[in-house]
Design a binder for this molecule. Structure first.
Ligand code: DX5
Ligand code: ZN
Length: 229
């Protein structure tokens, strides 16, 4: 599976979002990762649906909206109407996660489910078949520029096998502390969508940073082949 790069605009200059978006799409990024924080699920407050609506007017990029909010079910429609293409909510914030996936699909959008570093993949086992994507946080959500948590690699690998065994289509996205080095680690265990904030917007050459994070394509062997070993 080809790697998709999703620059997080959390690390962009908020006074110049239009030009910041253009820099990363010109630099080869496929998705724009938009971090929505409510000051409750995580301490800070960031971007609301109004900002997404304005950005939609100046960009055709794929908008990957990451909701770090309590009561995500109350926010789905606003962000769908504002122009999100993918809406990801946290399983820790959802009482009826399966229903939220249905709600997102009814609005014609892709649905993602996010897991904090302390949350086991057993929490999403019953959701993998219906979700389009599982987002494994490789930092505790809330801030850009934190250190990658290595213990999440085993979880990503287990998730990769879980998805394969279910013979379903589900992307694995990772978010937090991704740079050219950690990119290789997560791609090796099966992640195919990589979010990066500070490593992209903090780089002198944005196109080069995107290229470095994308790296060389890794060919994964199928489970059957593993069994023959
Ligand atoms: C963290 C956000 C991330 C953040 C990643 O709560 O969900 O998307 O912007 O930033 P870096 O890549 O700097 O770790
Ligand atoms: Zn994020």
């Amino acid at each position: 599976m080809a790697t998709i790069i999703a620059p997080s605009i959390l690390s962009a200059d908020f006074a110049n979002l239009e030009s910041e978006l253009k820099k990363v799409t010109d630099g080869g990024a496929e998705y724009i990762h938009i971090d929505v924080m409510d000051g409750t699920f995580v301490p800070e407050i960031t971007i609301g649906a109004g900002v997404v609506k304005s950005l939609r007017k100046v960009s055709n990029a794929f908008f990957d909206v990451h909701l770090m909010v309590e009561h995500p079910e109350t926010q789905i429609k606003s962000f769908a109407d504002a122009g999100a293409d993918l809406i990801t909510f946290h399983v820790e914030a959802a009482k009826h996660a399966h229903r939220i996936i249905q709600q997102i699909h009814e609005l014609g959008k892709k649905a993602g489910v996010a897991l904090n570093p302390g949350t086991s993949i057993s929490m999403i086992e019953e959701l993998v078949e219906d979700a389009d994507l599982i987002l494994v946080m490789t930092v505790n959500p809330g801030y850009g520029g934190q250190k990658f948590i290595e213990s999440q690699l085993g979880k990503i690998h287990m998730l990769y096998h879980m998805i394969e065994e279910m013979e379903t289509d589900c992307d694995i996205e990772v978010d937090g502390g991704i740079n050219a080095e950690t990119s290789k680690l997560v791609r090796e265990v099966g992640a195919n969508i990589l979010v990066a904030g500070s490593a992209i917007f903090g780089a002198a050459d944005i196109a080069q940073a995107i290229k470095d994070i994308r790296g060389k394509e890794i060919i994964h062997h199928h489970h059957d082949e593993d069994d023959e070993e």
